[in-house]
Design a protein around this ligand. Structure first.
Ligand SMILES: Cc1cc2nc3c(=O)[nH]c(=O)nc-3n(C[C@H](O)[C@H](O)[C@H](O)COP(=O)(O)O)c2cc1C
Length: 177
């Protein structure tokens, strides 16, 4: 069982959050998660992993972060059938309340098109924002973070999400062993 974490990060928040996620998994099972900057690898690097964690912030008012944007069409080369994918997404609901974490929705739907099953949903009522492409039926399709306005919440949100992912990935028996 291996989990690949692929992130894109323009100013470092998504990279930092990815390290917190990896460290959390390491507390359960050291080495379970391997982490990559999507700017430095081919999209095919995702294929050997059983399940994936994707980190993608929103930039430029509702747009996917640049490194993901550059690889977005290449995702069409992948067959992700059978893989479960948790998406985490730093954003800014104060500065961009009408586009909070839109990239989570854009990337998430693309990965679903490629056969992946999204997991790790989060209740949207815990967040203050007006609109997001990442919300369906009152839940975010992954984990929204806000390192700009609520950095003190990030550790706890990630700890809760990792515990949820362990169940959603179906590896709770593995990490308990
Ligand atoms: C010019 C600019 C545009 C942004 N647009 C959005 C946006 O539309 N929606 C959102 O949720 N966050 C938006 N953000 C906030 C970033 O997503 C947030 O700062 C994130 O933590 C950046 O992650 P990174 O450091 O990994 O690149 C924007 C930030 C800047 C500076």
């Amino acid at each position: 069982m291996k989990i690949g974490l692929f992130y894109g990060s323009s100013t470092g928040n998504t990279e930092m959050d990815g390290k917190i996620i990896k460290d959390k998994f390491d507390e359960y099972t050291p080495g379970l998660v391997e982490m990559f900057d999507i700017a430095k690898v081919e999209v095919e690097a995702m294929l050997p992993y059983d399940h994936l964690i994707i980190g993608c912030p929103t930039w430029n008012i509702g747009q996917i972060q640049d490194d993901w944007d550059a690889k977005f069409e290449q995702l069409d080369r992948l067959d992700l059938t059978g893989k479960r994918v948790g998406i985490y997404a730093p954003g800014d609901p104060v500065g961009y309340p009408d586009n909070y974490c839109d990239a989570m929705g854009l990337v998430g739907h693309k990965l679903e098109e490629r056969g992946a099953e999204l997991v790790g949903f989060t209740d949207a009522s815990d967040y203050q924002f007006d609109h997001s492409l990442a919300v369906e039926d009152g839940v975010f399709l992954g984990l929204p973070l806000d390192d700009d306005n609520e950095p003190g919440m990030t550790d706890e949100r990630i700890a809760d999400w990792v515990a949820q992912l362990i169940v959603d990935f179906g590896i709770d028996e593995l990490v308990a062993a």
